[in-house]
Each structure stands twice: as C-alpha cells, then as structure tokens.
Design a protein around this ligand. Structure first.
Ligand SMILES: *[C@@H]1O[C@H](CO)[C@@H](O)[C@H](O)[C@H]1NC(C)=O
Ligand SMILES: *[C@@H]1O[C@H](CO)[C@@H](O)[C@H](O)[C@H]1NC(C)=O
Ligand SMILES: *[C@@H]1O[C@H](CO)[C@@H](O)[C@H](O)[C@H]1NC(C)=O
Ligand SMILES: *[C@@H]1O[C@H](CO)[C@@H](O)[C@H](O)[C@H]1NC(C)=O
Ligand SMILES: *[C@@H]1O[C@H](CO)[C@@H](O)[C@H](O)[C@H]1NC(C)=O
Ligand SMILES: *[C@@H]1O[C@H](CO)[C@@H](O)[C@H](O)[C@H]1NC(C)=O
Length: 823
C-alpha cells in the first residue's frame, strides 16, 4: 500500500488547490479540469501491485518506475494548476489594511462575525391594492406608483404634460407660441412622462388603451416616437417657428408616421426601442432588473404578486419564493442580476459584520419617476440592453456611481431589513439622473415652477426627499440625520446641499475643502452661487445651502471613486494585461476648452489644464521629456486611452468642471498620480496614505512641474508603483454581476493568451476579486464611524466599533442587540 502514499498526498494537495480556486471563482470551470483528473486517479488500478509468488526485486523496480511516473504526472498537474491560479489574496488584517491611515480598517477586520437571522417578512396591506398600477410596500402598507399615477392608492392622476400641451394632448401653439422646448410635441403627448409620439390618426400613431380598460393598461399601439423631431410648417404650408422638418416628412404618406419604410426618420433613443423605425423591442433597464420578479417599465418595476421594493427584491410574508420568477422565462436578464443577500435564509456559520445598513424605498418622485422621465435611453444608467437583449455597459454616464451604489447597497450583505437595528440608512435619491432630465421639461413637483439652475433643482429635490422621510419614518429624527447616507455624483458634489441634510454622511467625488467657497462651473446652468429666491424657501437659497457648510468634511464625509467598468481599464497590468514598458514620462488627455469663446474667463479646470497646455507647448514637453499633454488631436497617437495610461509613468490629476475621474484612471493603470488642485482631497485621501504612491504639486508651481517629476529617482518611483499595486483595488467597484463577469472574462482572456498561465504582476491577484474593493472600503469606514454617528462613544454599545481593546465585551453587546432585534 505504500505506493499510494505520495499519490494520495499529492491528490490532497491537488484537491485542496482546486477547491480553493473554485471558491474564489465561485465554481467557475477550470481549464485544467481538476474533477476529471481527480476521478481518473481514483479509479486508477496498479497492474504491478505485489502479488503472491512474484519476486520482490522486480516489484520493487516496477514500483519505483511507476512511482516516479505518477509523481511526475501529479507534479505536472499541480504545476499547471498552480500556474493557472492567481496569486493568493492577502488574508491577515495587517496586510489587507496596507497603506491605510488610522484604525478604521483594522477595527473592521477585528470584528467577530455574528450569526445572520432569517429576514423579517411583512404583510401590511395597501389601500385598494394600489389600483393595480403600483406596488404595495408590505412593510409600511404604502403604495409606490409609476409616473402618471398618484395618491395613497395610485388612483389619482400625477401628470407631466409636454410643453404648451392643449387638451387634445397636442401642441396648442403652432402659430402663436414660438418658444422652443425639447418637449413641444407635434404629435400626441404621453402626458404621464412628457414623451411625444406620432398622432393617433397616423398609421404608426400612439393609440391609448380603449376606454374602460384596466388602469395602467398598455396602449393599444405605442407608436413611433416623435421627440426632437418637429415640423417647420403646418399642413397648409404655413411656417411653424419651433420646428425645422418639412411637414410631409413627418405626416405625409411617405413620412415617418405613416410609411412602413419612411424616407425620413426620427431618432429612436428611448430605452428599449432599437432599429431605424424603432420596431426592435428590447428589454428596458431597471434597478437590479426587478430581481427577476417584475416587469420593467422605463425604470419602474411593476412587481409580480408577492414581491415588492424598488427592485421587487423583497418577498411578502406568506408568498412562495417561486412566485413570478423570471429567471427562466427571460433568460437574457440573468447576466444583469445580482442576488440580494439580505433576503436569503442565513448560512449556518456566523458571517455577519456591521455596519448594518437600511436602504430606503423612496417614493417614486425621488427615484423611479426620474428614470421614467428619461427620453434618452442611456441617461441615468450604467448598463442597458442592446440588440437581441445583450446586456452591455452604457458608453458614458459620468454620474453612474448613483445606480451602481444603489444596486450595491440593495444587494450587500450589510443590508438589514430591520430599521431598528440599522447603523446607517442609505437614501437613494436620483439626483444624478435629475441632472440629465432637468433641462428637457419641467418636473412637476418638488416644488413646482423651478426655473433656476440644475443645482437648485437638485437641492430642492433632496430637501423634499428629506422632508418626506422625516414626515413618514421615525429614523431621520432619531439621530439628527447623522446616520443618513446621501450620494452626490454631480461635478461639484455636495457643495450646495440643504443645510438640514448636512449632518448626514455625504458621499461625492469632489473633496473640495475650502470655506467659504463659490461655484467654479463653466456651465452657467450649474452655478450654485447664483442668488435665487423662490416661494418654497425664505430668502436666498444660498443662505440655506452653500454659504453654510464646506463641500466636503473629511471627518464625516467620503470622497468615493467614480464608476469605471473593467473594459475602461482593460489594458491595465492589474487586470492581467501583458506588462508594457512605461515609455510615456507623463500623460494627460482631456477637454481643454481653449477654442475662442468657449470659456472666456478660463474657469473650466480652474484654468489648470489650459495653463499646463501652454507651458507644455512652450517648454516642448513632448520632444524634450516624452510628456503627452492635451486633447486627443494634440497627442498624435491612436492607442486607446487605457493603453496610454498603462504606458505612462506619471498621470496628471486635474479638475474638470468640478471633479474629473483622473485619479481613478491613473490608479487603475498603475500610473503614479500627480495631483494639481489646491485644497481638494482626492478619492479616499482621508483613509489611505496617498503620499506613498502619488505626488501633489501646488497650483502655483505649474511652471516647475517637469522639474518636480524629474527629481523622482527610479528607486522612489519603483517604491511608489509597488505601493500602488497594494491599494489599486480600493478604487474600483466590483460585486455586481456584470462587473464580476467582465473582469473575469478579461483576466481569463489574458490567461488563455499566456498559455494558461495566470498573470502574476503585483496587484493582479485582485483582478477578479471584490475583496476590499471601493464599496467594501466605504463600508469598512462606515463601521468605524458608528460610535460618533450614534453619539455612543465610550458607552457599551459604542464599544462595538471602538477597537480591539473593547472587542470581547463589544461582541456580547452586538449579538445581544441582534438577538433582540430579530426576536
Ligand atoms: C506555485 O506557484 C508559486 C509562485 O508562482 C510558487 O512559489 C509555489 O512554489 C508553487 N507551488 C507549487 C505547489 O508548485
Ligand atoms: C394660440 O392659438 C390657439 C388657437 O389657435 C388659442 O386657443 C390660444 O389661446 C392661443 N394662445 C395664445 C397664448 O395666444
Ligand atoms: C427582448 O426582450 C423583450 C422585452 O422583454 C422581448 O419582448 C423580446 O422578445 C426579447 N428579444 C429577444 C430576441 O429575446
Ligand atoms: C423633522 O420632523 C420633526 C418633527 O416633525 C421636526 O421638528 C424637525 O424640524 C424635522 N426636521 C427636518 C430637518 O425637517
Ligand atoms: C454665478 O453667478 C454669480 C451671480 O451672477 C456670478 O457672480 C458668478 O461669477 C457665477 N459663477 C460662475 C461660476 O459662473
Ligand atoms: C495659451 O496660449 C494662447 C496663445 O497661444 C493664449 O491665447 C491663451 O490665452 C493662453 N492661455 C493661458 C491660460 O495661458
């Protein structure tokens, strides 16, 4: 039997490796097929096993031969398997907390996990079953209505008419109103959302559901969209001031509204409609795709019976789990679904750590309405469905961290469904989405008649959301709003939030610290320093907003990464791309706004980009130092942005209108960030010792920039690069299904190109992992803020987050608390 020993050991090692690998990759198929190898060995029989009567010498020789052979095969297998694996992730708290400042990170990891309890189920009915059009939130017995419907039971109209719409839902001022607006509608207006379609009397017109149909019944025929497509004449050839297209092209027999193959086409940009004549229907996009338990209507999930919540992720008490499951009937939504941990039955082992976060289900006015008011498919989203319902990332949405964080909080293992035990409350208000939608048409509420800059609109919406929370739930007032988390994806972040919200946790991409401060936007519509009076607040709004607080307070707020999907850093060595020589000394490509008349006061980017551009030109940076600086046309290189970043030693981090995601671009590509923006903290600067892997240069030092960079020795550069490889993963979001899949397929592609060898460049061990990613970093930091936010520093409860010393006592307190809450 001796002969089996080494083999058995090797098998153990092999299986061990396999299961570790499988765990880390959630059971993904392995190239080296460990299972078939393992079962092959298990049934292997030895033809030369010692039999009675055979000479011991021969057996011994054969055994040795076979032994050697088996050893060799196993060794090769192990080597192949080992080579195909990523380097192990750090597991010790000290390693995982590398380069962090203070104790927030260690405190989190020293926490002992506690058991999870089964989720609470609710069954509080709603009035009139929400008229059949809305969703009943069974926790509160409150109806959440789609755009167009309102009142406590979704039976009252809640309209958003098109601009200057008559009672026939068509434009009432063809000749006597010249004002142009995005939503003047020459066809018929869907006044639930202010969307324009061909009129009912045309072949491809919008025809409402017949009278007497169920409330919310879909139109008989949706019709071809007609927005951004307005006639320059009426049917008698008389000029119409607000349009430009010949009447016949739209309404004639060969025109857009009547012809099967129209000579003239209007755009099909609404989410869910593709093709030249908008006939290709694809899935529309909703938060977490209604968890597979509802139908998505332009951002509003109509949940199937038994499900509720903004993403239909919550199950009504007594409803069966399978009710309305779409996973099989709509297989194309599966690649977009992230499962909701908080609603699952608990695992047997204790896995739960604080902070516990309650995610509000916001009234539609502050959430899904904005999505439904979109007329541009890609607005407000980070992903959508394209041809044949392929899910794909949207090309560009600077504010995409908004939907990403919403989905992450909803699906996080830190989410609690019990507000009583919550350490924090996440308030998902779609303000980033508002910025896209605001200019198109009036938003009929919070409050009416807003005509100011978009920033004023955003503030008002958040303020109304806060007042609604405060009037509806007890938790806002409980801790003075300090435990409420608000995301501000806008260019100038939280500079202009309403002062009563300010005690809360402000997440933004803009770490501007100076106070007093004024808007520096080059886009007048965003100027938050514009004096403005409005009936809904006494006096000038600035006295309630920007004049009362800084944009960012590192003690209670956090600068969080902008959202970058893996394809945007696909050439990064951290994702496994082959390492390129860093042959570009320093790098920046971006908008400069230097064309005459574009930005006369040179306000954009605080004039830093423009001044640097001139200096780079005057000092011949490109020829003399290998620095690429400017707009794409100045660079003279058509390599992708990602590739250029991956080939650069230093990358400039300069402001845009407010924030610009240049820090993320640099860090995700292993390029040393060179920060030039005074009094502005970069992402996680309050958490991570960024001085170990980045440089900061004062705005007054612009002419000396190259000298400063040249003074960095090769050794120091190498040290900074090594540090960067240990923290880069904190600057990107993982954990949503599409993100994990995308990172994995990129890394697997690179591994296949390398003959099955996994990348081993420093930092690439994180390529497909969500361990300590951006979202995890936010949660870890929130944990350490619990005592301060709860006002319990020094008390027994507060000890839970007060560090290792108080840990043992704290665990008792935490599990007691959880037990009481669940009972
Ligand atoms: C696996 O690979 C690592 C690094 O490439 C090496 O240090 C280690 O010895 C290998 N282990 C085995 C069992 O081959
Ligand atoms: C514009 O003309 C329509 C009829 O053509 C009329 O009903 C409406 O009152 C007019 N509006 C104004 C502002 O004159
Ligand atoms: C795509 O999704 C839409 C909406 O669910 C559906 O009507 C359509 O049949 C789907 N198309 C394909 C090719 O599966
Ligand atoms: C919240 O509601 C309470 C009680 O109605 C009120 O006193 C308080 O001023 C409100 N807070 C805010 C910020 O609106
Ligand atoms: C904002 O408006 C105020 C008042 O009109 C003006 O003084 C200021 O220069 C503007 N700021 C920007 C950035 O446009
Ligand atoms: C940059 O140089 C151009 C002339 O080439 C000049 O017109 C412009 O004002 C300069 N801009 C700055 C910010 O120095």
């Amino acid at each position: 039997m001796d002969v089996y020993k080494p083999l058995g050991l090797a098998l153990l090692v092999l299986l061990g490796l396999c299961s570790q690998y499988a765990l880390r990759n959630k059971g993904a198929a392995l190239d080296s097929r460990p299972n078939s190898a393992a079962s092959g060995w298990a049934t292997f029989s030895w033809p030369f096993a010692a039999e009675p009567g055979e000479g011991p010498r021969r057996t011994l020789l054969q055994d040795v031969e076979n032994d050697k052979h088996a050893d060799e095969v196993v060794k090769q297998l192990i080597a192949r398997l080992n080579a195909s694996r990523l380097a192990p992730l750090p597991s010790k708290p000290e390693e995982r907390c590398a380069l962090t400042r203070g104790t927030w990170c260690l405190q989190y990891h020293l926490q002992a996990p506690v058991p999870r309890f089964p989720p609470p189920y609710f069954d509080k009915p709603c009035p009139n079953d929400c008229n059949g059009v809305g969703n009943c939130n069974y926790e509160h017995g409150m109806c959440y209505c789609p755009a167009g419907w309102g009142g406590p039971d979704c039976s009252q109209p809640r309209k958003r008419p098109c601009h200057h719409m008559g009672s026939d839902k068509r434009d009432a001022g063809w000749h006597n109103l010249t004002a142009w607006s995005h939503t003047r509608c020459a066809g018929v207006c869907d006044d639930d959302v202010a969307m324009c379609y061909c009129p009912a009397d045309t072949k491809y017109g919008h025809r409402e559901a017949p009278p007497g149909a169920k409330p919310g019944a879909p139109p008989e025929q949706r019709g071809r969209p007609l927005f951004m497509c307005t006639p320059g004449t009426d049917k008698d050839g008389k000029k119409v001031e607000w349009g430009g297209t010949p009447y016949e092209d739209i309404f004639g027999p060969e025109g857009w509204c009547n012809a099967d193959k129209p000579k003239f086409t209007c755009p099909c940009r609404l989410d869910g409609l593709l093709g030249l004549t908008c006939t290709e229907v694809v899935e529309q996009t909703c938060i977490n795709q209604c968890s597979g338990h509802g139908e998505c209507n332009q951002g509003f999930c109509k949940c199937h019976a038994g499900w509720y919540g903004v993403d239909c992720g919550l199950r009504r008490a007594g409803a069966l789990p399978q009710v309305g499951d779409q996973w099989t009937t709509k297989p194309w939504i599966e690649p977009t679904l992230t499962h909701t941990v908080a609603t699952e039955d608990p695992p047997l082992t204790p896995t739960r750590r604080r902070p516990y976060i309650y995610v509000y289900d916001m009234k539609s006015d502050f959430g899904t309405d904005l999505m439904q008011y979109r007329i541009e498919g890609s607005h407000c989203l980070y992903r959508s469905f394209t041809r044949a319902n392929q899910s794909s990332f949207v090309g560009y949405n600077a504010y995409a961290a908004e939907p990403v964080l919403h989905e992450l909080f909803l699906t996080s293992e830190h989410r609690t469904l019990d507000p009583e035990e919550a350490d924090f409350f996440y308030v998902p208000v779609n303000v980033g989405c508002l910025f896209d939608v605001y200019g198109w048409n009036e938003i009929p509420r919070w409050p009416r008649g807003l005509l100011g800059p978009r920033t004023h609109g955003a503030t008002m919406m958040q303020r109304e959301a806060m007042r609604w929370l405060n009037a509806t739930f007890p938790h806002f007032a409980r801790r003075g709003g300090r435990d409420h988390i608000w995301m501000h994806p806008h260019d100038e972040g939280a500079c202009y939030v309403w002062k009563e919200m300010w005690p809360g946790v402000m997440l933004s991409h803009w770490g501007r610290m100076d106070f007093p401060h004024a808007s520096n936007t080059a886009y007048g519509q965003d100027n938050y320093s514009l004096p403005l009076h409005h009936a809904s607040h006494p006096g000038d709004w600035r006295d309630h907003t920007s004049l009362t607080h800084p944009c960012f307070d590192p003690k209670k707020d956090l600068v969080v990464p902008a959202f970058k999907q893996p394809q945007l850093y696909n050439k990064s060595p951290f994702l496994g791309a082959p390492v390129k020589e860093r042959d570009i000394f320093a790098f920046f490509i971006g908008d400069l706004r230097m064309e005459p008349g574009r930005d006369p006061p040179c306000r954009y980017s605080r004039c830093i980009r423009q001044r640097l551009y001139n200096i780079s030109r005057d000092q011949h940076w490109k020829e003399a130092h290998g620095v690429l600086f400017g707009e794409r046309k100045d660079i003279g290189n058509d390599a992708s942005y990602s590739e250029l970043l991956a080939r650069s030693k230093f990358c400039f981090v300069l402001p845009g209108d407010g924030w610009s995601p240049r820090w993320e671009d640099a860090v995700l590509h292993g390029c040393i960030p060179v920060v030039i923006m005074d009094d502005v903290q970069v992402v996680f600067e309050s958490l991570v010792d960024v001085s170990l892997f980045s440089l900061r240069i004062a705005e007054s030092e612009l002419p000396r920039v190259v000298d400063v960079l040249k003074a960095v020795s090769d050794q120091r550069l190498a040290e900074m690069q090594a540090h960067l490889a240990k923290v880069w993963h904190r600057y990107r979001y993982m954990g949503l299904r599409m993100l994990d899949d995308s990172a994995r397929s990129l890394m697997w592609g690179y591994r296949a190109d390398a003959g099955g060898k996994a990348p081993r460049t420093p930092g690439s061990e994180y390529s497909t992992s969500r361990q300590d990613d951006a979202f995890a970093t936010i949660l870890q930091w929130l944990y350490h803020r619990i005592p301060e936010v709860h006002g319990t520093q020094g008390s027994r409860e507060g000890a839970a987050a007060a560090g290792a010393g108080a840990l043992v006592e704290a665990i008792g307190a935490v599990s007691d608390g959880a037990g009481v809450a669940a009972a």
